[in-house]
Structure formats: structure tokens, C-alpha cells
Design a protein around this ligand. Structure first.
Ligand code: NAD
Length: 451
């Protein structure tokens, strides 16, 4: 068995070594989850609800501990990390209501009655990226468990620590052995095995579009269900009639939060030409004022990137273009890149088209509403986006016109666990969260009973 050294991104110092699972380990975890499935599926709805609420309560009692682990492992700011641990608790609580509400339908038919059931799938494999280890774990795990499935979950190689701890907390809360198993390992080993193993009945993948396509192709071999949450290049569209001061004050947080390592990052800012200069003059002080500090400092608003490799990727993009202005960043060790604003020359530039996944935003002017929508949609992605305007009709027209799964008007709302989340186009397939998420972890069965 090989090991992986987890590194603190803020200091580049090693944190701990984690053993990486082999294919045999993954097979054993899947076999245990398969064995645990019938009894978990048979737990009475109210009892399953109670267990999930107990799991949420145990997570709640460990929010600070989980946040501390995430600050060290992922370089997330203290504020973000505590929100993320709280999000695990909230998802568990929200979906704890689902077992008692997994409704079927009664459909009128001649000669008898017809009813539908929501049957759990069996073992669900959840594959998590490194950028939001705790929330993305919860978004797959909580509705899958609520619907009566057992879960094997692979955290990203770089950020396994919170997932491993949450699995311990599940046992402490009384979730039976084998119902939730965290399998730290390489994507090419454990992740691939979730895709190829016939007893894994659904793969819930969040990560890059390139790997997501591979996962989908692999799942096709067995007509395995899959949900894909992939990359993004989301637009923040600012009209001249907007509250420009508010739009400029909010824009940095919409792209530089989590150091830009956010699939929903509004990494393209489109500004109506007549407001372009004024918007930039308001944006600059907002970017310069960002508190880019060691993430364990409670005042920190932005931390480091996850790894030297990610820093090299991001600086590779920045080196190709002229930087308009940057915010601050600490000197010294750690994978720091300052918040960076680029005035794009054309929509053909890599910085405008590709997901940088770092604290870099590109800005371009647009002419009118039709131009704004066309530019926003000129991308293979379609995950999220924002619209700033005081004109309600325009806000609705543009929100309906932008091909993306999650839009916000006069705000950059974060993902809410009780509303659906997912991407159009190459940003994904299927939806997570919201009231319907447990359905996506079931098969609908139709039963006719003759009179
Ligand atoms: P990644 O695709 O490299 O890895 C994601 C996960 O897949 C990791 O756990 C990895 O080990 C695993 N993996 C790698 N190769 C695999 C394979 N062949 N088979 C199965 N699993 C494999 O992505 P990343 O770099 O960890 O994360 C960043 C990407 O995730 C960005 O593109 C970002 O936009 C995307 N993302 C999307 C969402 C969303 O909800 N849409 C949320 C967060 C991140």
C-alpha cells in the first residue's frame, strides 16, 4: 500500500501521511457496502430519519474540529471551513426528512390500481474533488443514504482528512458499519473502480469536465446511473443601470472566494460599455482591500491555492496576459497567488474561455442586452452566473436567456442545499440538492394490482 503526504497549502509543510487504497481495498469496501445494503434499505423510514438527524448532531458537535482540519488540509479560510462543516450538518438534517417522504404516486387505470415506488439503487459511489471536500461529500452522501442506499466515497487525493473524520462520526452516531465507507485513494484506482465495479449502481462524480467525460463513458458500459458536476466559466453580467457600487463591491467575492477554486466562480465579468470605466474604478479598491491572509487567521477572506501544481497552472494563464491590477498576497512559503484582474482583449483568449480555477478574473465590455446574453452563452460551460440590473424585466429576460443551471440577480448567491444545483451543457448532467435529490438515488417502480 502506498501513502500520500497531505500538505498544508498555506505553508507547504507536510500535515500527515494517508494510506492510499488499492483496487482490492476498493473491492472489499464495495463488498461491505453491498452486504450492508439490504438491512439499511429495510430500516423503517422514521428510524433512518432519526439516525441521519443523530449523524447531523454529531457533526454539529465537531464543526470546529472539522473546520480546523480543513483549514490545514485545504487552505480554506476559517469562515469558509466552518460554513462548510455546518453545510454537512444542514444537508443531513434536510435529507433526514426524506425517508418519510419518499412518495410514490397512485395513477388511475382500469381494472385495478396502479402505484409507483421509489426503490433505492444499492451501492452508490461518490467521487469528490479537492476544492470543497465537505459540502460535495454531503451533497452526494446525504440524499443517497436518505433514499436507502449505501455509500462508498472517494475523497480527492489532496484533501482526504475531513471525509475520513466524517466517516468516523457517522459510526459514532450509530450509522451501521458498511453504510458509509470512505475509501481514500487515487482517481485512476479507486475512482475508476467505482465506475467499473458492477455492484456500484450509480456514480455521483464532481470534478473536471475531462475526467467527467471518462466517468460517463465508463458508466455507459454497464448503463450505470451517473450524475456529473463539472467545470464552469460563469459570467457576472453588470448593466449600466445597476447599483454599480454594490456590483463592484460584490464581484471580488464571487470569483476570489476559495482562491477562485470554485466551479461557480464568476470568472468572466461582462460590463455594459457605458459603465465600463466607472465599474473598473470601483472594482480596483475592492480587490485591493481583500484580506488575503493565512487561512487560520479569522479575518482572512482568501487563502492559498491547493498545491504548487495548481499555482503553476494559474500563473501559466496569468503570464500570457497583461494584468490590470491585483490585490495582496502573503510572501513566503505556501501556494499563494494574489486576486488578479485582467482586461481581456478578445473572447478568443484562453483566459476568457478556459476554467482557470484560481483567483483570476477577466473583464470585457458589452454593447446591449442581446450582446450580453450572446457573450455569456459563448462557452461550452453553463453552471452559474449573476446579473446586476435595476430593471426587473431585463433581469428576468437575461436570467431566462443565459444557458446555466444557477443564476442570481443582484447577488452572487452561494449554493443552497434546499434548491436544485447543477449545470447546463458541459458543466454537468443531472441535478443535486433541492427537494428532488433523493429521487435521483432511486429507481421508479410501477406496480399494477388487478381488482
Ligand atoms: P478531477 O477531475 O481531477 O478530480 C475529481 C475527482 O475525481 C478526484 O477525487 C479524483 O481523484 C477523481 N478521479 C480522477 N481521475 C479519475 C478517473 N479516471 N476515474 C474516476 N475518478 C477519477 O478534478 P479536481 O481537480 O479534483 O477538481 C476541480 C474540478 O472540479 C474543476 O473543474 C471544478 O470546476 C470541478 N468542480 C465542479 C463542481 C460542480 O458542482 N459542478 C464542484 C466542484 C468542483
Amino acid at each position: 500500500m502506498s501513502t500520500f503526504t497531505v500538505v498544508n497549502p498555506a505553508t507547504a509543510e507536510p500535515v500527515t501521511d494517508v494510506e492510499l487504497a488499492t483496487v482490492e481495498d476498493a473491492d472489499a469496501a464495495i463488498a461491505r457496502a453491498h452486504e450492508a445494503f439490504p438491512s439499511w434499505a429495510a430500516v423503517a423510514p422514521g428510524e433512518r430519519a432519526t439516525l441521519l438527524r443523530r449523524f447531523a448532531a454529531v457533526v454539529d458537535a465537531h464543526v470546529e474540529e472539522l473546520a480546523e482540519i480543513e483549514v490545514r488540509n485545504a487552505g480554506h479560510t476559517w469562515g469558509n471551513a466552518t460554513w462548510e462543516a455546518g453545510n454537512v450538518r444542514d444537508c443531513l438534517n434536510y435529507y433526514s426528512a426524506a425517508p418519510e417522504r419518499l412518495f410514490g404516486r397512485q395513477i388511475p387505470v382500469p381494472g385495478g390500481i396502479d402505484v409507483t415506488f421509489r426503490e433505492p439503487l444499492g451501492v452508490v459511489g461518490v467521487i469528490v474533488p479537492w476544492n470543497f471536500p465537505m459540502p460535495i461529500m454531503a451533497w452526494g452522501m446525504a440524499p443517497a443514504l436518505a433514499a436507502g442506499n449505501t455509500v462508498v466515497l472517494k475523497p480527492a487525493e489532496l484533501t482526504p482528512l475531513t471525509a475520513m473524520r466524517i466517516a468516523e462520526l457517522a459510526l459514532e452516531a450509530g450509522i451501521p458499519e458498511g453504510v458509509l465507507t470512505v475509501v481514500p485513494g487515487a482517481g485512476s484506482v479507486v475512482g475508476e473502480r467505482f465506475v467499473t465495479h458492477p455492484l456500484v449502481r450509480k456514480v455521483c462524480f464532481t470534478g473536471s469536465t475531462a475526467v467527467g467525460k471518462r466517468v460517463m463513458a465508463g458508466c455507459a458500459e454497464q448503463v450505470k446511473r451517473c450524475t456529473l458536476e463539472l467545470g464552469g466559466k460563469s459570467a457576472n453580467v453588470v448593466f449600466a443601470d445597476a447599483d454599480l457600487a454594490a456590483a463592484a463591491a460584490a464581484a471580488p467575492y464571487a470569483v476570489f472566494d476559495n482562491a477562485g477554486q470554485d466551479c461557480c466562480a464568476r470568472s468572466r465579468i461582462l460590463v455594459e460599455r457605458s459603465a465600463y470605466e466607472e465599474f473598473l474604478s470601483l472594482l480596483e479598491p475592492a480587490v485591493k482591500a481583500m484580506a488575503v491572509l493565512d487561512p487560520s487567521d479569522r479575518r482572512s477572506e482568501m487563502g492559498p491555492l491547493i498545491s504548487q501544481r495548481q499555482k503553476d497552472v494559474v500563473t501559466g494563464y496569468v503570464d500570457e496576459v497583461d494584468v490590470a491590477f491585483t490585490g495582496p498576497a502573503p510572501d513566503g512559503p505556501g501556494f499563494w497567488v494574489p486576486p488578479t484582474v485582467v482586461l481581456a482583449d478578445s473572447t478568443e483568449q484562453r483566459i476568457w474561455r478556459e476554467e482557470v480555477f484560481g483567483p483570476v478574473v477577466a473583464v470585457l465590455p458589452f454593447e446591449d442586452e442581446a450582446d450580453a446574453v450572446a457573450m455569456a452563452n459563448d462557452t461550452d460551460y453553463g453552471l452559474s452566473g449573476s446579473i446586476f440590473t435595476r430593471d426587473l424585466g431585463r433581469a428576468l429576460r437575461v436570467a431566462r436567456g443565459v444557458q446555466a443551471g444557477n443564476l442570481s440577480v443582484n447577488s452572487h448567491s452561494a449554493v443552497r442545499y434546499w434548491t436544485p444545483f447543477g449545470g447546463f451543457k458541459q458543466s454537468g448532467l443531472g441535478r443535486e440538492l433541492g427537494p428532488d435529490a433523493p429521487d435521483a438515488f432511486t429507481e421508479e417502480k410501477n406496480v399494477f394490482i388487478a381488482h
